[in-house]
Design a protein around this ligand. Structure first.
Ligand code: FAD
Length: 500
């Protein structure tokens, strides 16, 4: 017996060392959970892709680091019976998500015109007209309006060629590709022939879209951004009760057990020989590592967060360079709860003149939403963008200073409003809120096209792979669903009106 014990002792000690401090729910499971596709992130891109892949007959598991479904779709509610978006504000009508929202039977409300009221050199230009054209005609003089219309027509031609190349993931024509090296601001100044007011209008309307100045993005991306406002403009929709309802509706279709919140993916390793991908995720409830095995893995987190995940084999140098050279795109959200009486400040002839593009520290002023009938309060939702957002988001800054600056700017715009203000609440998006490509890069260049190609069985999706807003998230989901279905020999579900 003694001999047996002497023989077993070292092995027992080794086993004791290898055993976790406590067994049970905290223990990593040894057999990986198998599924066709693992999706990292339960934002718009991840949830859309999961829903469509399920429709194609594939099994999916969505792993989401936070406890929240929807990613940057976040709808906040306040005890005063008012609410507002703390993330995605509106879906432009050319966003494929509009079709998805209709398919899911969600109710929307919206604006018919793309242009918003704006402030330039202290003057207020209200967008109270019924059409985009009427607003531009009311804002610009007759001669500058004629020049604007000719310029806009040229922009439509450029955009049609760009979109054609982008849809085919092909290089853009050389004459347009050159515009990547020039800033949108310089191009407008030197080549557009437009008046200073027309240029100010274009900058005021588009800069909040890319979250930085027109001097920081290329003329090529500027053409892409402008198309929302071009001609009749595209209008926008918002989901009644908050955009977050979309994530909830998708989760209900995907299936509760397939969507795992509190699962932070830390490692994605491809095994070329077996054609599988192993995914490790930290379950934040008990810090137990969860192990998954799939034939395909889709990441949808903003690209700059990919460095938090160990990717084996590593992403190619060109993709790492693409991620490292994407910058700008800053937002900071300020919700201001006010006494109901304050709405007189932004009401004209009984109608609100919101949203207002202030071009300053107040950013874009949106209205909030009533969550109960006739609440005693109202809410302003400020989407601060560009350099002001960079400043407000800075780690060294103080939110007290931000509050004072916003209060002073509001009081300058609407003297007396301070008396009606109850409190402010801030949501920071640090370091980046939305994708933007600096001058010298664009969503159309070879690096961006490389990002959109499958990396073996790993697919990079999310808005940062496609375009500056949530349409990019939607398009990226459509792309990866098509790529995976093609490789699996499955028919991709109908995702666009033109699909059979
Ligand atoms: C304030 C604000 C206002 C906006 N307004 C508009 C607008 O009006 N119109 C518009 O079209 N777009 C708007 N956008 C942009 C829009 O919100 C985004 O384009 C869209 O929501 C991006 O979706 P996504 O799925 O690509 O990424 P996300 O929503 O960021 O989803 C990615 C998910 O991945 C998760 N994740 C990250 N790392 C890990 C990990 N390691 N493991 C597991 N999960 C992980 C994240 O928690 C997140 O839930 C706005 C954005 C902000 C911030």
């Amino acid at each position: 017996m003694k001999t047996v014990l002497r023989f077993l002792a070292p092995w027992l000690v080794a086993c004791a060392i290898m055993l976790p401090a406590h067994a049970g729910p905290g223990t990593a499971s040894h057999a990986p959970e198998e599924t066709d596709v693992v999706i990292v992130g339960a934002g718009l891109a991840g949830m859309t892709a999961a829903y469509r892949l399920r429709q194609a007959g594939l099994s999916v598991v969505v792993l989401e680091a936070s406890d929240h479904l929807g990613g940057r779709m976040r709808s906040a509610s306040y005890p005063e019976g008012v609410g507002a978006e703390a993330g995605l504000e509106e879906f432009w009508n050319n966003n494929p998500t509009i079709g998805l929202i209709e398919e899911l039977g969600l109710q929307t409300e919206g604006a018919a015109t793309a242009f918003s009221s704006f402030i330039h050199k202290g003057r207020f230009y209200p967008a109270v007209q019924d059409t985009n054209e009427a607003f531009v005609a009311a804002t610009l003089g007759p001669r500058e309006h004629a020049r604007f219309k000719a310029w806009d027509k040229r922009m439509q031609g450029h955009y049609a060629r760009l979109e054609d190349a982008w849809r085919r993931n092909a290089p853009v024509p050389a004459d347009l590709a050159r515009l990547q090296e020039l800033s949108f601001a310089d191009w407008l100044q030197r080549k557009s022939g437009l008046s200073p007011l027309a240029i100010a209008l274009i900058r005021a309307e588009t800069e909040p879209e890319y979250g930085t100045g027109a001097d920081r993005i290329s003329a090529l991306d500027g053409i892409a951004e402008w198309h929302i406002f071009s001609g009749a403009g595209v209008g926008s929709r918002h989901i009644v009760g908050g955009n977050q309802k979309l994530a909830e509706a998708l989760a209900a279709r995907i299936g509760e057990t397939a969507v795992r919140t509190g699962h932070q993916v830390t490692r994605i390793a491809q095994d070329v020989a077996s054609g599988t991908v192993e995914v490790m995720a930290l379950r934040t409830r008990d810090y137990a590592m969860q192990h998954f095995r799939a034939r395909h893995v889709v990441t949808t987190m903003p690209l700059f967060r990919l460095h938090e995940v160990q990717v084996v084999p590593p992403l190619s140098p060109v993709i790492q360079q693409a991620i490292g050279t994407q910058s700008w795109g800053a937002y900071f959200t300020a919700h201001i709860v006010l006494d109901r009486k304050a709405s007189r400040f932004w009401t004209r002839d009984g109608d609100p003149v919101l949203p207002i593009l202030t071009g300053g520290p107040l950013g874009v002023i949106y209205g909030g939403h009533d969550l109960v009938e006739e609440p005693g309060h109202t809410l302003l939702n400020l989407l601060v963008t560009g350099d002001d957002a960079e400043r407000f988001n800075a780690r060294t800054g103080s939110l007290d200073d931000v509050r004072r600056e916003i209060a002073a700017a509001l009081d300058k715009l609407w003297p007396g409003i301070g008396k009606e203000t109850r409190y402010m609440n801030f949501v920071r998006y640090h370091p980046r809120a939305i994708p933007a490509w600096p001058v010298g890069r664009s969503r159309y260049d070879a690096m961006s096209r490389a990002v959109r190609e499958p990396q073996g069985r790993l697919y990079l999706a999310g808005d940062f792979t496609e375009s500056s807003h949530s349409d990019g998230a939607a398009w990226s989901a459509i792309r990866v669903v098509r790529q995976i279905c093609a490789r699996e020999g499955k028919v991709a579900p109908r995702m666009m009106p033109e699909d059979q």
